[in-house]
Design a protein around this ligand. Structure first.
Ligand code: NDP
Length: 282
């Protein structure tokens, strides 16, 4: 029976560390500020944005939300980003994805100043992740690395399999595992022998977006299983990409959904906003 890696406890420890630094800064140089932009009415995005705002408030950071209507144009969105790029009290800018279809996501990502890009999606920051010389780490993969560290799970020399190759999760996750000297395989929808590849994994990360995609017969005894997926079932219940009930009987460690990777993503965002503030005020 696997040990459950509790993202709520680990994220609370990260947020506590950040809050202590912010409280010290308050006395001297002011507090870090995060601007969160949301366009349209996507219910999941609204929940994520509300959680980010709540975390900023808990930590004592400034958080400003810009809720724009669905019919916002590229020009209007870029004008807002330009204004925030130039605002001294805003250290981090995050534009909640996905954007409505008529908006140019790449253009928007590229228009955020790299030093305020706390999601680490700007090509300059993505390049730095490749070389290992980074200022910000992408929030979800960095949160997962923090979980592994907290549980003293060694990556060096391990066989790591990441299912999913998105720019947000799969690709950067693979790079971070590689930087820690894991031997990494990235799987995707065209992978032929997925089950066999997964069975080789000491550390298996699932970032697919399909409920119960990873079943117990795909998991090696004693593996570490990290479930990034957030899927809403018809019943309204949230579930991950991993068949938690059966996989937990085989794995040595497993993350639950909810209460696993999700809270770590937000905690890393807080850490990145603090990092941005410190770099901009040094
Ligand atoms: P994407 O849809 O961008 O990527 C999904 C990946 O899964 C793709 O690379 C796709 O392959 C791969 N895939 C799809 N079907 C299969 C299959 N049959 N076999 C193997 N691979 C497959 O999703 P994201 O990376 O953005 O997100 C993944 C999940 O993580 C979602 O549930 C999302 O909600 C969740 N998420 C959770 C976060 C958190 O904080 N916990 C943060 C971000 C995302 P291909 O490239 O070939 O299409």
């Amino acid at each position: 029976m696997a040990k459950i890696i509790d993202g709520k406890i680990i994220s609370a420890a990260v947020k506590d560390r950040v809050a202590k630094e912010v409280s010290k800064l308050k006395e001297t140089s002011g507090v870090p500020g995060l601007a969160v932009i949301i366009v349209g009415e996507d219910p999941a995005s609204k929940v994520y944005v509300a959680n980010k705002k709540k975390a900023c408030e808990q930590i004592g950071m400034l958080s400003v939300e810009y809720a724009l209507p669905e019919n916002t144009t590229n020009e209007e969105l870029l004008a807002l980003i330009n204004e925030l790029n130039n605002k001294k009290e805003i250290n981090g800018i995050l534009c909640q994805l996905p954007l409505p279809k008529h908006l140019d996501e790449e253009l928007v990502i590229n228009s955020i100043l790299p030093e305020k890009d706390v999601d680490a999606f700007h090509p300059q920051n993505v390049g730095k992740i490749m070389t290992g010389d980074y200022d910000f780490l992408p929030c979800t993969p960095a949160g997962i690395m923090e979980m592994l560290k907290y549980e003293n799970i060694e990556v060096e020399g391990k066989t790591c399999v990441v299912i999913g190759r998105s720019n947000i999760v799969g690709k950067p996750m693979s790079m971070l595992l590689l930087h820690k000297n894991g031997t990494v395989t990235i799987c995707h929808s065209k992978t032929k022998n997925l089950k066999e590849v997964c069975l080789s994994a000491d550390i298996l990360v699932a970032a697919v977006g399909r409920p119960n995609f990873v079943t117990a017969d795909m998991v090696k005894d004693g593996a570490v299983v990290i479930d990034v997926g957030i899927n809403r079932l018809e019943s309204g219940k949230l579930c991950g990409d991993v068949d938690f009930e059966n996989v937990k009987e085989k794995a040595a460690y497993i993350t639950p959904v909810p209460g696993g990777v999700g809270p770590m993503t937000i905690a890393t965002l807080m850490q990145n906003t603090l990092t941005a503030f410190l770099k901009q005020n040094k």
